[in-house]
Design a protein around this ligand. Sequence first.
Ligand code: ADP
Length: 331
Amino acid sequence: MNAERPRILSGARASSPRIHIGNYEGAVKPWIDLQDDHEMYCMIADYHGLTTLGATPPDLGYWSRECAKDFVACGLDPEKCAIFIQSRVPQHAELHLILSMFTGLGKLERVPTFKEKKDNLGSDQQVSYGLLGYPVLQSADILLYRPFGVPVGKDQAAHLELSREIGRSFNSAYGVDYFPDFYTIVSTDESRSTLPGLDMRKMSKSYDNCIYINETADETAKKIMSAFTTPSKMKLSDPGIPEGCAVCQYLRLYSPNWESQWNEDRQGLRGCVQNKRELIEILNEFLRPMRERRAQIDDAEIERILADGTERATDFAAQTMREVRQIMRLA
Ligand code: ADP
């Protein structure tokens, strides 16, 4: 890792044992694009997975390791990027505690995702202190690496301002310029930053409308054959509306001939089945190398990658905590 390169912290909440092509296009691909020219730390946030536990706590360790396998299969290079699990680097919890002293309760209560998550809790579930403090932990995750920038999906960009404010409160309390006003790196490619699901809602595992990296080509084919197209296009010669059709949206991303496919669809010169067959071929071909690589990564390999990533992340995080303690004149 070249220490002269701008430092980037990126992360994903451990919320499932596998990632879908929406996660790939909106989050993982942008990290891969940054890894050659930046000093990258890529964190799988398992503590954040604890903030909304359902009735049965999941095996977060398994989820995190499986997710890490998907990241590597997609092209995140462990040589260039320190891939690690948040809870293995204890400095995240330590800085979280310290930053909580610099965070007003009102600010946390006003965070829109807090209100949303609180409203989504079942009547038998309590609002935990951890759920309210989620943005403080996220701030610690980021500021620990004193990054130049943080790549996030559109949905997360608003949270980062709060992290900058928390860093500034610390700086001003001690009269230092320690935590940086890091940049938010958001993709400008709209078609990738909110990938539609098979039903044209946002692709999300909570909607069960996803194509997963780690599924078989047959599973992908079956899903595409039943994907949402243009409801008013009953027969081949009816005009299609590609903007509202999931199959056409994916053709746009993955097919080199998407413009002529869209034109023919619009003019009723091609049918949905033809679109689907062509998409199945192209998309499965696109995913094939990732799936082949995924099948080769065993538990021992991912454990080696995570151990190395943890060591590199801990080296940096421990240095930050030494400096924070000095600034705060803690023992
Ligand atoms: P899900 O909605 O399936 O639970 P997550 O919230 O775990 O997905 O997503 C993690 C990250 O992946 C998000 O912050 C976002 O950057 C990206 N992402 C998720 N869904 C999509 C999507 N449909 N299109 C583009 N990016 C997405």
